[in-house]
Design a binder for this molecule. Structure first.
Ligand code: COI
Length: 357
């Protein structure tokens, strides 16, 4: 891929934030972004790196009306030895293609896109923060830009990648969060787009999250849309339960995001010889095992938060303390292992890190 570069003069570049760990997640952006256009008759073209700036789009662009878009989230880290690397980027672009197929958007070549992203990161290398617990969050985004008010497959699209230095996703950091079982709203239905990383899934979840926050919870625990019984995700993350020593996560049945952190937890746990199980798990089973003490841990897994321990679960008027309410040993072990690999403190035996320099 030929990439044209129009770089911001040194003197006009932004000041980098001093204390990345304490700026609100996703609010500071780097100097440059990557962009590429797509048209039905020419395919992908005009790959470029230029100033992070406003996009110029027609108000009639399809994305604004019918949410025809796909996105990804991944991170680049400064490793212990002073090098810089991303965590499993190819998987993100493969998943972006999965979303694009469902949303009738054009696919990208995952290898070429990883190379383009590396090129962007090399320009922004000084933006990758060094403190432990911080990273450069990468947001690849693909939108339908064709100006058209009828509903159809777009003939014009834009792909871009923006970057922001981040610390912890939740205010709580790695400390346990309080969650509430959501019974009024659902996140995804079979045959819908629950497995896809597309904005509409997230837009539709905000109302439930806001109501949960008003009641003092950090996030909601989503149940399936048909029986309102089987656990699916927590907030915008995948979920794991530790019951009688087994580590259980809902299977990928089409309504659940195939999380890359989820897959990393599964692969790591299997390598450790743990009993990692993908299956349906009902809220009754969760509550019963919380009551009889066999449920010892719950944790979320996602790119932004990595591992998010759950300290308290609220369901139908009752609160259940999970374990002793503090971060459980397995959540801690997975967090240490994954962040250890990401920061270069633990051997990367799966070859997950993609080095930039
Ligand atoms: C991520 O975890 O990377 C996501 O895309 C979720 C988003 C709500 C930050």
């Amino acid at each position: 891929m030929e990439i044209t570069k129009t770089l911001v003069p040194e003197a006009e570049r932004k000041a980098k934030p001093h204390d990345v760990a304490h700026i609100p997640f996703g609010t500071a952006f780097t100097d440059h972004m990557f962009l590429m256009d797509w048209e039905a008759n020419t395919g992908w073209h005009n790959a470029r790196i230029e100033k992070y700036q406003h996009l110029k789009l027609e108000p009639s662009a399809l994305v604004f009306h019918y949410a025809q878009e796909a996105f990804e989230g991944l991170k680049a880290y400064c490793t212990k030895n002073g090098h810089h690397a991303m965590f499993r980027p190819r998987n993100n672009f493969e998943r972006l293609n999965l979303t694009c197929r469902r949303m009738c958007l054009p696919e990208l070549d995952p290898d070429e896109t990883v190379q383009a992203l590396k090129e962007l990161l090399r320009e922004e290398i000084d933006w990758i923060p060094q403190e432990h617990g911080t990273a450069l969050y990468i947001r690849p985004t693909l939108i339908a830009t064709e100006p058209y008010i009828g509903l159809k497959t777009a003939k014009k699209c834009l792909f871009y990648i923006i970057l922001c230095p981040v610390g912890p996703y939740y205010q709580e950091g790695f400390n346990p969060v309080k969650i509430k079982v959501e019974e009024k709203y659902v996140r995804a239905t079979p045959g819908g787009v629950g497995f896809a990383k597309t904005g509409g899934n997230y837009a539709a979840s905000v109302r439930a999250e806001n109501e949960a926050i008003q009641k003092g919870f950090t996030q909601v625990l989503w149940l399936d849309a048909i029986e309102r019984r089987y656990v699916e995700e927590v907030g915008s993350m995948n979920i794991f339960f530790v019951i009688n020593g087994e580590i259980i996560t809902p299977g990928l049945t089409g309504t659940i995001l195939p999380g890359i952190t989820r897959d990393s937890v599964l692969q790591t746990g299997k390598r450790w010889g743990k009993n990692m199980i993908e299956r349906r798990i009902s809220i009754e089973e969760v509550i019963e095992s919380a009551r009889d003490g066999s449920l010892t841990e719950i944790f979320g897994a996602g790119t932004a938060a990595v591992i998010s321990p759950v300290g308290e679960l609220y369901y139908r008027g009752d609160s259940y303390t999970i374990g002793d309410g503090t971060t459980g040993p397995l959540a801690q072990q997975f967090f240490n292992e994954l962040t250890g690999i990401q920061y270069g403190n633990v051997e990367d035996s799966f070859n997950w890190m993609e080095y930039i320099d």
